[in-house]
Design a protein around this ligand. Structure first.
Ligand SMILES: Nc1ncnc2c1ncn2[C@@H]1O[C@H](COP(=O)(O)OP(=O)(O)OP(=O)(O)O)[C@@H](O)[C@H]1O
Ligand SMILES: [Mg+2]
Length: 315
């Protein structure tokens, strides 16, 4: 989804954006653009400035400095704000609906806020929650509540959809089901700006990932390019290897190392795997070998110097 057409057609242009709350620099000199039809992920730990950034794009907060254009309009121009708000959809980080109303009644309520909106039946179909229409919102599981939130974000048939941590707290199976929904938005031509602290989510879904650390942009590129530029590539891991394995491989490869009882050998060419296995076999050494590919988690660790826990904390 990153063709020449989309490069020439940015949906969002952010230049030198900063936001301060007193002494706190929540967002500090961030520039990026978002292209039509892509899933753009803002990835970072708790407090990185993700919500602040997207809420400025959603015209919910004002920038301290910098310029932000969304769908061709400035977020600080009052005429622009009205136009932007009509053309975007938002799943806020703390989405909640009216617990005592049913799913259908809630969506009718959200639809009533727009002059022109989709039919509630169509939204229920799109999110595959037709059978929940008459269920009270308070009786839904967390995953279904988030799905109603995504339906609410689509009520005005927006071009650009913001999803602020759409899968936080969901179990892995429900998270994957939500990923399908998000991919479905892209295949319907929508542009999606997703914030997340889940590496796997960004790697799986995003056409481009912006890594946000302490309000600054540490990197921005496609997952593949990030892996190429900052990743550790691929490694052979020989588990519970005897000392002779290290000694043998050392004769062929300078970069072999040990991690506890494992021997680790980064490699670039598939041919290196053959060389290593042949050398070990010729010496009669029996090994268990796995291949590990770099992930966005490795990239993040390299760039930020820390990992992110399941709950989003820097660790
Ligand atoms: N309204 C506010 N007033 C004061 N400080 C704020 C306000 N909103 C956010 N902050 C601070 O700005 C920084 C960035 O917060 P923000 O909510 O944008 O981060 P985030 O990346 O969305 O984090 P999380 O993953 O926890 O949602 C934090 O230090 C936060 O405490
Ligand atoms: Mg947030």
């Amino acid at each position: 989804m990153t063709g020449a057409r989309s490069v020439a057609d940015p949906v969002v242009v952010v230049e030198g954006l900063s936001k301060r709350y007193g002494e706190t620099r929540a967002v500090d000199g961030v520039s990026f653009d978002v292209r039509r039809g892509e899933i753009f992920a803002l990835l970072g730990p708790n407090g990185a400035g993700k919500t602040t950034t997207v809420e400025i794009l959603e015209c919910m907060r004002t920038p301290t400095t910098g310029t932000v254009r969304v769908l061709g309009k400035s977020v600080t121009d009052s005429a622009g704000v009205d136009s932007i708000k009509n053309r975007i959809g938002v799943l806020p980080q703390d989405f909640s609906a009216l617990g005592r109303l049913t799913v259908g009644e809630n969506l009718e309520f959200f639809a009533g806020m727009f002059k022109s909106h989709l039919e509630v039946g169509a939204l229920l179909d799109l999110l595959e929650i037709k059978d929940k229409k008459d269920v009270r919102f308070s009786n839904l599981s967390g995953g279904l509540k988030q799905r109603v939130g995504i339906a609410a974000a689509l009520v005005n048939d927006p071009e650009l959809v913001f999803l602020d941590e759409p899968t936080t707290g969901l179990d892995p199976e429900i998270r994957r089901a939500t990923w399908k929904v998000i991919e479905g938005l892209r295949s319907r031509g929508k542009t999606v700006i997703l914030t997340t602290h889940y590496m796997e989510e960004a790697q799986q879904l995003a056409d481009r990932i912006a890594i946000l650390v302490k309000g600054e942009l540490a990197a921005l590129d496609t997952p593949d390019a990030l892996l190429k530029q900052h990743g550790v590539g691929r490694e052979m891991i020989f588990t519970n290897a005897e000392d002779a394995v290290f000694g043998t491989l050392r004769r062929f490869f300078d970069n072999v190392s040990t991690e506890g009882s494992n021997v680790v050998l980064p490699f670039a060419e598939t041919r290196d795997v053959q060389v290593a296995l042949t050398a070990l076999a010729e010496r009669g050494l029996k090994v268990d070998m796995q291949i590990r590919s770099a992930t966005i988690e490795d990239v993040f660790l390299r760039l930020a110097g820390f990992r992110i826990s399941e709950s989003g904390e820097a660790k």
